[in-house]
Design a protein around this ligand. Sequence first.
Ligand SMILES: Nc1ncnc2c1ncn2[C@@H]1O[C@H](COP(=O)(O)OP(=O)(O)OP(=O)(O)O)[C@@H](O)[C@H]1O
Ligand SMILES: [Mg+2]
Length: 266
Amino acid sequence: MAYSVERLKTGVDGFDELIAGGIPRGFFVAVVGEPGTGKTIFCIHFAWQGILDGDKVIYVTTEESRESIIRQAAMFGMDFAGAVDRGRMIIIDALMKSRGDEWSLQELDLEEMIEKVIAAKKALGYGRARLIIDSMSAFWLDKPAMARKYSYTAKRLLYRWDFTTLAVSQYAITTGEAFGWGIEHVADGIIRFRRSIRKGVLRRYVLVEKMRQTPHDLRMHAVEIVDGKGMIVTGPVKYRREDVALPKHVMDRILRALKDADRETP
Ligand SMILES: Nc1ncnc2c1ncn2[C@@H]1O[C@H](COP(=O)(O)OP(=O)(O)OP(=O)(O)O)[C@@H](O)[C@H]1O
Ligand SMILES: [Mg+2]
């Protein structure tokens, strides 16, 4: 018997083909990468596609204000403000805590965030829902060793609420010195954004590193962000060392941790 997996389109031109049509319903997917690589814009597309497909959408923003997300979306012709007004979308703002409205977070506290998300889901009503947490790493900034535990807690508590979730993490390697992995093992999928400067020009790439239950593309693809339109995946690129190198300070930390581990091995 063939099993069919219900998949949610991301709305990013050229991306869904890389993952057999979309993200399986109910998945908790990590979106990782350096600053400015396109994580938030990817999330904005995923949110808007949800509106187009009749899903409920909850967007938690920690790095930018609600207004900033609405403005960024508007640059690509997506009317987030309208979706909020029509009761289809709630943007939970964790940055502008002084505002203190119903959908603002007072602290960057994981449990407070999860409670708000569940309250937002209740307010939006039953049915398939998309959740974006941009970013998850904001909740473990001062305690990176908690990355894995927090990710696990979030996944477990949110599981029964019919969310398909994108959880942004600034770096793939979240626990630095300990050379441990945070969100990556807990996540059902990993979408990694990268950048490089070639011939004096900033280039962006995306690689699907993991997508359970999915025969996904294994190649790195070039990404463009186009004014008025948004993100498009333009095609596969050859894997070059300079395209995929981690930032130097991250590499240094890994090498140090490896050396320490060596010393401790009898
Ligand atoms: N209207 C636009 N037209 C073209 N490019 C744009 C436009 N708006 C934003 N960008 C590009 O997108 C980048 C921001 O991407 P995005 O906010 O998704 O990054 P990010 O990975 O979320 O970064 P961070 O980790 O800092 O939050 C900008 O630096 C700019 O290069
Ligand atoms: Mg961002």
